[in-house]
Design a protein around this ligand. Structure first.
Ligand SMILES: [Zn+2]
Ligand SMILES: [Zn+2]
Length: 256
């Protein structure tokens, strides 16, 4: 069994054929799914999907790109839903910053403020955190070391930044996705063997980051099998073993 720990099934690109996407995944042994929160406007859709499909769970959170839309009061009613398993995705993303120094400072400040609030919220609720980090390793490390609770979480997008491996000690897991199959994945291929096996998870980030050989197409949870194959190839252990420990890790972290 494989669990897709990060797939945006609430995305408009699945409106037409979600039944098919889920059936296709199940046929490949992908049996559970977690929809991370991103834009608060799509949260009702994530809840609806989790109520329709027994094996779909969701998280409540706001992506750094939507930091301006963050309001804990709006999200609050969703966190006690029985299918809400985490807070996130939240984090820092400095990949697309504004032009002027002043605007950059304001953007970073806003992202940090919203990230800190979600880290604290997860700690209060004793829920794991789903963290998105892009080009912001040092600042993210500082905030997580300072504020994160013992429950930890998963770093789903972290640029294969080696300094972040330190967070394994704080019960953070590492989500491995389609990037591992890319021809230019040198950095991740280098970092991957250094991640303890009891801290590895599988994810797609569907509909984004589609693995080889489907790059350019819409991603879907069934393609986690390509990631699992690549992990097996790089570690020299069997697909079955990869499936077993990543599933155990996921159950442990999210308490499914
Ligand atoms: Zn992300
Ligand atoms: Zn995502």
């Amino acid at each position: 069994m494989i669990i897709d720990t990060h797939c945006h099934l609430d995305d408009v690109r699945y409106y037409e054929d979600l039944d098919g996407v889920i059936a296709n995944a199940s046929a490949q042994g992908v049996e559970k799914f977690i929809i991370p929160g991103a834009d608060p406007k799509s949260l009702p859709r994530a809840v609806e999907i989790s109520e329709k499909y027994e094996d779909v769970y969701f998280a409540v959170g706001v992506h750094p790109y939507d930091a301006a839309a963050y309001d804990r009061a709006v999200l609050e009613p969703y966190v006690n839903h029985p299918k809400c398993v985490a807070i996130g995705e939240c984090g820092l993303d400095y990949y697309r910053l504004p032009e002027s120094e002043e605007a950059i400072g304001a953007e970073k400040m806003l992202q940090k403020e919203v990230f800190i609030d979600q880290i604290k919220w997860a700690k209060e609720l004793d829920k794991p955190l789903i963290v998105h980090i892009r080009d912001a390793g040092a600042d993210s490390l500082e905030l997580l070391e300072k504020y994160a609770g013992e429950r930890g979480g998963v770093l789903h997008c972290y640029n294969a930044d080696e300094q972040l491996l330190k967070l394994a000690e704080k019960n953070f897991y590492y989500g491995i996705g389609g990037v591992l199959t890319f021809k230019n994945a040198r950095k991740l291929i280098h970092v991957y063997p250094k991640i303890p096996t009891d801290k590895l998870l599988i994810e797609t980030d569907a509909p984004y980051l589609t693995p080889h050989p489907h790059r350019g197409e819409r991603n879907e949870p069934a393609y986690t099998t390509l990631v699992a194959d690549k992990m097996a190839e790089l570690s020299g252990i069997s697909r079955e073993e990869i499936e077993k420990f990543t599933t155990d890790n996921c159950m442990q972290l999210f308490d499914l």
